[in-house]
Design a binder for this molecule. Structure first.
Ligand SMILES: Nc1ncnc2c1ncn2[C@@H]1O[C@H](COP(=O)(O)OP(=O)(O)OP(=O)(O)O)[C@@H](O)[C@H]1O
Length: 365
């Protein structure tokens, strides 16, 4: 199948400043692509370039197989939902949703049919006569989505659509957007700085930093095999532990030596390690550290640590100890008994570890 959206070697400058550098992305019909990254990384600029609201400095942008680089936003077959909703305050909900169709000269019967269709999809039938000022944030968000849905576009673009909502409503709207994506089978590009939103919604994630793509992949690929230290640290909460270590080739695989808060260094055997330089950063997700004996398997290695801090978090208990001069967090089961200042027998699942080069930050395995 041809990609719905294909971005080739896209550059975007504001004056002399390069904001987006050599962006290459292709998405298939039905994909939910999430652009994620810290504030200022260029996510909104990229979305605006896709929408045609910002001209691009170099490269090509194809939508539905057509080169749209120089095509005006209204002719790109896209619909955009903004953070601010951008609803017309003096129009009713129904008028807000049908206005675009009216402007495009869609006949009255089709307008009414589509309005009813999306109103029922979004469960806003009882709100159609209200004005935006008489709606809650979540309801406004639904109306803004309704306005996009009636267009039946090739591509939906969302710019941080949930950022004005409180935490509980955010989670609710997040699952509604996900449901909507599943029922419509629509193709979506969604901007957020929230890595949890990215993980839960996306079929494909693009991680951006400083206008450069750091990694493109499924949520599982990004989470389990981050391409570099930036992605490893940015995606996941609590963050991946990034522990300086020494690697030594030993039989099959390698021995990984990590300085401990007290006593002898910790030595872990990784039978599947690739050829590694002597200095590495070991990447370890908090959930891949368990209480000793809690998890079994050929790749599980014991690691006794001095407990620095215990943080009960309801479903889990986080235990922090020092390894390789870093505060390392283990996500343990809620009933874990651990006391600061005492030793705790932990185990590490070596089949899950990542290795990074300390200088370049690139993944090594
Ligand atoms: N019109 C403009 N003129 C000059 N620089 C701009 C303009 N718009 C954005 N920028 C700069 O481009 C960079 C990327 O901005 P952008 O809004 O795309 O980031 P973002 O990742 O969406 O951030 P946020 O999550 O804070 O919205 C920023 O450094 C910003 O200052």
């Amino acid at each position: 199948m041809a990609p719905i959206l294909e971005i080739k070697n896209l550059y975007k400058n504001y004056g002399p400043v390069e904001i987006l550098k050599d962006i290459n992305i292709a998405i298939e019909p039905g994909d939910f692509l999430v652009l994620v990254g810290p504030s200022g990384c260029g996510k909104s600029t990229l979305l605006n370039c896709i929408a045609g609201l910002e001209p691009i400095t170099g490269g090509d942008l194809m939508i539905g197989g057509k080169n749209m680089t120089d095509v005006s936003p209204k002719d790109r077959d896209i619909a955009m939902v903004f953070q601010s909703y951008a609803l017309y305050p003096t129009m009713s909900v129904a008028k807000n949703i049908t206005f675009g169709m009216k402007v495009r000269g869609v006949d009255q019967a089709t307008q009414t049919r589509k309005l009813n269709e999306v109103a029922s999809q979004l469960q806003i039938e009882q709100l159609l006569n209200r004005r935006p000022g008489q709606l809650s944030g979540g309801q406004r968000q639904r109306v803004a989505m309704g306005r996009a849905l009636v267009r039946d576009p090739k591509l939906f673009l969302f710019d941080e659509p949930l950022s004005n909502l409180d935490a509980k409503l955010r989670v609710e709207m997040r699952s509604e957007i996900k449901k909507l994506h599943q029922t419509l089978g629509a193709t979506m590009v969604y901007v957020t700085h929230d890595q949890i939103e990215a993980m839960t919604l996306a079929t494909k994630i693009v991680v951006l930093k400083g206008g450069v793509i750091q990694q493109i992949g499924s949520p599982a690929e990004i989470y389990n095999k981050p391409a570099n230290l930036f992605v490893a640290d940015f995606m996941g909460s609590p963050a991946m532990n990034l522990i300086p270590a020494k690697a030594r080739a030993g039989g099959a695989g390698a021995q990984i030596e990590i300085a401990r808060g007290i006593g002898e260094p910790l030595v872990l055997v990784d039978k599947h390690a690739p050829a590694l330089p002597e200095d590495v950063i070991l990447g370890l997700r908090p959930e891949d550290i368990a209480e000793a004996g809690f998890r079994a398997g050929a790749d599980v290695q014991d690691a006794t640590c001095l407990v620095d801090m215990v943080e009960p978090a309801g479903a889990d208990t986080y235990v922090v100890s020092e390894l390789g001069g870093k505060q390392v967090t283990a996500r343990l089961h809620a009933e874990t008994v651990a006391t600061p200042g005492e030793m705790l027998n932990l185990s590490i699942d070596m089949s899950k570890v990542s290795y990074f080069a300390p200088d370049s930050g690139q993944r090594l395995n």
